[in-house]
Write a new protein. Structure first.
Length: 116
């Protein structure tokens, strides 16, 4: 069960799945990651590289700033569809309404669907 309350405790996981790329342009294709933090290219089975780390970092930043992951749905298929198809929505919540323009722009640029 996910806990997105103000009392939630952070944890670090999945370090056993880390891969060292030989060059900044190397890619891999295996599908692995933490739900809610996986980049679209992984979900779509495309080759991916360092850009997926930028995506995941942006997801962590989003959680720290707004108390929720950016494309969260409890249903896995609905969540994956949102990650792959929807633009980031930074309106509406009490947390996003107080974010600076710079913070919003950073999140939007880091959570771009096209890693290029």
């Amino acid at each position: 069960m996910s806990n997105f309350t103000e009392d939630a405790k952070p944890s670090i996981a999945d370090l056993g799945s880390a891969v060292k790329l030989r060059t900044p342009t190397d890619t891999v294709t295996f599908k692995i990651g933490t739900p809610g933090y996986i980049a679209p290219e992984i979900l779509q089975g495309k080759p991916y590289g360092l850009a997926v780390d930028v995506w995941s970092l942006a997801c962590i930043m989003h959680v720290l700033l707004t108390a929720t992951p950016p494309f969260w749905e409890d249903d896995r298929q609905a969540r994956n569809a949102r990650v792959c198809n929807e633009q980031l929505n930074l309106g509406g919540s009490k947390y996003t309404s107080v974010l600076s323009v710079s913070a919003k722009n950073l999140l939007v640029s880091m959570l771009a669907k096209d890693p290029a």
